[in-house]
Design a binder for this molecule. Structure first.
Ligand SMILES: *Cc1c(COP(=O)(O)O)cnc(C)c1O
Length: 376
């Protein structure tokens, strides 16, 4: 049975307090770093990583969760007895559990039963509850059903990510990047690079550069088991694949509503082995582990650098460091696990390392990646 709705006046007071708590939390937080990465093989081209691993909940989903909560609060969709429900296989649920606790709301993550014990522990650590389902394709419908049953609210990141974040500015990730680039040799980047999970980050980047009249191009990076790249080529929103992505956080088996192909200037489809090889090469250069989707972004950023070099252009590329590698210490950063999954990528890691040093795209990658838009 649904709990009774609170009286309008007390409801507005609760919403005011909830928004204040989120704003105060933001006020206490510092911005994420923009880290320069040396590209010895690409003279005149500089690469920066926007380090989203330094958010309190460890990934770029911290921004998304904050935006989704503010959007839901200001739409009147949450009240003090709401249970927040989300369909998520990981990072978003961890961040939403954090904000639910901040507001004193119950949180339930609806996830496939195959979700790793570490992720479940991270959600429970933030005060959330995990509801596991056997068939991964049912997480959306099950989330809605649970929200209805509990008198709660299904947050629905895949629908609302693109509109919950203010694309004109208001502390979005694009505004932050441009502010942090101000004193660099090339303050306006030639390219911004991000992979797509919901597609929300790419939507914000693409809209912002148009709104600010920058010449910056936006490149989307896609994983192997995902429909986003093919949707970019064919604009077929009905595309579906059976298998889930092997790169956590990115790549989707269906075209999500928050993925907006019209604001992307190019896309790169990166084979998973190369994403993981790049993840390892980059982790060694940074002296700390990064997650798999950051490897995907590095390959796409180097595709942009390659084109700039061919055209004798100089400039800056900014790519996202989406999360740290600690989350994947028993998976992507465990050689035995990679071997068992058929994802051993030492060869690819060495090839990406040489690519960074000497600027030559590995021949095997040239044959395996797919480029679209301005990069094709
Ligand atoms: C969600 C996610 C992304 C992609 O971000 P979106 O804005 O949802 O497209 C990349 N990497 C990781 C680890 C993520 O969790």
């Amino acid at each position: 049975m649904k709990p009774d709705k609170p009286a309008p006046a007390s409801h507005r007071a609760w919403v005011r307090e909830a928004v204040r708590r989120i704003d105060a939390d933001f006020q206490r937080s510092s911005d994420t770093h923009l880290i320069p990465v040396a590209l010895p093989g690409f003279a005149g081209i500089s690469l920066y990583l926007k380090d989203e691993s330094s958010h309190p909940t460890g990934s770029l989903k911290h921004r998304l969760a904050r935006s989704l909560f503010l959007h839901a609060l200001c739409n009147g969709w949450l009240h003090e007895h709401s249970t927040v429900v989300e369909a998520s296989s990981g990072s978003t649920a961890i961040s939403e559990a954090y904000f639910s606790r901040l507001l004193g709301l119950a949180f339930v993550a609806v996830m496939p039963r195959s979700t790793s014990a570490e992720k479940i522990a991270a959600i429970e650590f933030q005060g959330g509850r995990c509801h596991l389902v056997d068939d991964p394709t049912t997480i959306y419908a099950e989330s809605q059903r649970l929200a209805d049953e509990l008198g709660g609210h299904y947050m629905d990141q895949f629908t609302y990510a693109e509109r919950a974040t203010d694309w004109r500015a208001n502390n979005n990730i694009a505004e932050s990047i441009f502010a942090q680039m101000r004193l660099e040799p090339f303050p306006v980047p030639a390219w911004l690079v991000s992979s797509a999970g919901t597609g929300g980050t790419l939507a914000t980047l693409g809209r912002y550069v148009r709104y600010c009249r920058h010449e910056t191009l936006v490149c989307g990076a896609d994983a192997e088991r995902s429909v986003f790249f093919d949707h970019y080529l064919a604009r077929d929103a009905g595309l579906r694949i059976e298998q889930g992505s092997r790169i956590e956080g990115i790549g989707r088996p269906r075209v999500e509503a928050s993925f907006i192909p019209d604001v992307l200037d190019a896309m790169v489809k990166v084979p998973d082995l190369w994403s993981l090889g790049a993840m390892h090469a980059l982790s060694r250069r940074l002296g700390r582990p990064v997650g798999g989707s950051t490897g995907t972004n590095l390959v796409a950023a180097l595709a942009c650098a390659r084109q700039m070099r061919e055209r004798a252009e100089s400039g800056a590329i900014v790519a996202l460091l989406c999360d740290g590698g600690q989350r994947y210490s028993r998976t992507y950063h465990d050689a035995a696990w990679l071997q068992a999954q058929g994802l051993a990528c030492e060869h690819e890691a060495a090839a990406v390392d040489a690519w960074l040093s000497h600027g030559q795209v590995p021949a095997a990658l040239l044959a395996a990646w797919r480029l679209a838009g301005d990069l094709s």
